[in-house]
Design a protein around this ligand. Structure first.
Ligand code: PPS
Length: 570
């Protein structure tokens, strides 16, 4: 095929069947057991099938998996740092046996591939975590995924590709390794430096990549990841629009942009090796590795998960064998007196240096503050402003919790009226009773059903918040864990303000407007919150309201003032 750069292991493994074989397999698959691929698995399978993970021919069997954990190698001895496994539930594993073919489908049921089962085993997840991530700290996103989200049983076997996973966005920017190799060949590019990123690109990135290309007299491939990245990252739609703007600032004909549907593990040094292998499979000759490559930053105790240059060191140790050259980079800083970016190790103490951390940049964006021109391009700010509107344009949820009869609904209603009177915001009230009537009419008050009810409220509130609206929720929401889940669903889409209406049980019971406590005491209603079902008090609500000391009007006023002071209402 005239490849100018050998894929890892020598041959590009594209695993799609030809049209008629695929049709025949599709027809037979009606008798196969089906596994619905998770979001992560859909990313992984796309890259296995299109050859980006050559020389893998499927999801790993136990021998390869054990060898990857113990030796950073496949059983064949070829360097390989990250397990590529298909995790399934115990229930599904119990239904399948070795030698059987299973159908792997996307969420809509489209047959993506058929896997011939070779191995089924229960992995030692803590051992996998410490081998791959070098830690079992639950705050590491890769560890968290492995321990909390990945299913408990692994299935290994070869894949027969039927149909590539569908994408409706940025189709022209999605390339398989052979497509990208074809493009390089057409352009006559022989030396290509690849740049991996999961963040928007600013001036420092442009300077760094241009320097890398110049130093190696190579062309440049911007190869950002658009599969799963780290929670809280800028969404890939926004990022790709930014990359499309940034590429216009490069000298013409020097640089290509292609997007990669990779599910990152944030495994730092080992992930850097993996990224290098993938870029080699795409035909690149050089790979940029900067500070803390693919690292998840620091743990909650403030300790970095990986030393800043550990990825460069591990890569260097395997560079020859990997057969793709590392272009190591130190952090780029802006030198004011030279009006130019330099790697930090090329600066001298007398130079006036300017830096802006990612956290500070995001804070300024969120609060609508100015971003210095030396930091980024006006076009990038314009794109990013769309997802960082000022607080008074961001959505938020006010989530009341408290016992039945605590006064949640009354205060929620008063707050609603004040906000509608103010006129600046569109508000939806999701009161306990309203929800029970319209969204959850079939649910009881069992723990399971209460959780379902609260998660439904959370889902609707998250949608409203995401689209810039205001949701006021007022259920009892008696369980701490469920409230935490709701907070998590909403807080990366906008504001979340939890308000504990802390009216004591005796007061609620004495009020007993609906006569419902009397019924509960008489045993006519079972599992009543505060009587024979628990109410777990919030530990860190944004506000506590004691209705013995405050009228509903004053309570709503306090909340309104708090929202104003937080910048959500003008
Ligand atoms: S939950 O736990 O959050 O799902 O409860 P919620 O949807 O807010 O519904 C609470 C209202 O339903 C009435 N009710 C009960 N509450 C608690 N426990 C039991 N077993 C129960 N059965 C009926 C109760 O009057 C609540 O009304 P509010 O508006 O909170 O006073």
């Amino acid at each position: 095929m005239g490849a100018f750069k050998e894929p890892h292991g020598g041959v590009l493994k594209e695993l799609y069947l030809g049209e008629s074989a695929a049709e025949a397999e599709k027809a037979r698959s009606k008798d196969y057991k089906s596994w619905d691929l998770t979001e992560r698995q859909l990313c992984d399978i796309e890259l296995i099938l299109n050859g980006a993970l050559s020389p893998l021919e499927g999801f790993m069997c136990r021998r390869d998996y054990d060898s990857v954990l113990a030796e950073i190698r496949l059983a064949s001895g070829l360097l390989w740092p990250i397990p590529m496994t298909l995790d399934v539930t115990q229930q599904f594993a119990d239904e399948i046996s070795k030698g059987e073919k299973i159908a792997l489908r996307d969420r809509e049921g489209v047959l993506i591939a058929v896997l011939e089962v070779e191995d089924v085993w229960v992995p030692d997840k803590p051992a996998e975590a410490s081998s791959i991530f070098g830690t079992d700290h639950p705050a590491h996103p890769g560890v968290d995924y492995l321990m909390q989200k990945a299913n408990g049983v692994y299935v290994g076997g070869k894949l027969m590709g039927i149909e590539p996973p569908v994408h409706y966005d940025f189709r022209l920017l999605r390339d398989s390794p052979s497509e990208l190799r074809g493009r390089f060949r057409k352009l006559g590019w022989r030396k290509i430096v690849a740049f991996q990123t999961r963040n928007p690109m600013h001036r420092a990135h442009r300077e760094l990549t241009l320097r890398a290309a110049l130093e190696h007299e190579a062309n440049l491939l911007l190869h950002p990841v658009v599969g799963m990245t780290k929670a809280g990252d800028v969404d890939h739609y926004t990022r790709v629009r930014c990359y499309e703007r940034v590429i216009e600032t490069y000298p013409e004909q020097t640089t290509a942009l292609s997007i990669l549907n990779l599910a990152m593990r944030m495994a730092g040094p080992k992930e850097a090796l993996w990224h290098g292998i993938i870029r080699k499979n795409f035909g690149c000759t050089h790979f940029i590795i900067g500070r803390d490559h693919a690292g998840p930053g620091t743990n909650p105790e403030g300790q970095p998960f990986y030393p800043p240059y550990a990825a460069q060191e591990l890569f260097a140790a395997h560079e020859k064998e990997l057969d793709i050259s590392m272009v190591p980079f130190q952090q780029m800083v802006y030198v004011e007196d030279k009006a130019q970016y330099l790697p930090v190790n090329e600066t001298t103490p007398e130079m006036k240096i300017r830096t802006l951390t990612g956290t500070e940049f995001r804070r300024r964006m969120r609060e609508g503050l100015e971003i210095p021109d030396w930091y980024t391009f006006p076009e990038i700010i314009e794109e990013l402003r769309k997802i960082y509107p000022p607080r008074d344009k961001q959505g938020f949820t006010v989530f009341f919790t408290g016992l039945s009869g605590a006064g949640k609904s009354t205060i929620a209603n008063a707050l609603l009226v004040k906000m509608v009177e103010n006129g600046a915001r569109k508000v939806t009230l999701l009161d306990g009773d309203i929800v029970r009537k319209n969204l959850s009419s079939e649910l009881s008050f069992s723990r399971e059903h209460r959780d379902l009810n609260i998660l439904r409220i959370g889902f609707v509130a998250a949608e409203i918040t995401k689209n810039g609206g205001v949701a006021i929720c007022a259920p009892i929401a008696p369980y701490r864990e469920t409230r935490r889940q709701v907070r998590e669903m909403i807080c990366d889409k906008g504001g979340f303000i939890e308000i504990y209406v802390a009216t004591p049980l005796e007061v609620c019971e004495a009020r007993d407007r609906k006569g419902i406590y009397a019924k509960a005491r008489a045993g006519l209603i079972k599992g009543f919150t505060g009587i024979d079902d628990p109410y777990q008090e919030p530990e860190n609500p944004e506000m506590v309201i004691d209705t013995r000391a405050l009228s509903p009007d004053l309570a709503a006023h306090r909340i309104f003032v708090k929202l104003e002071s937080m910048g959500y209402i003008r």
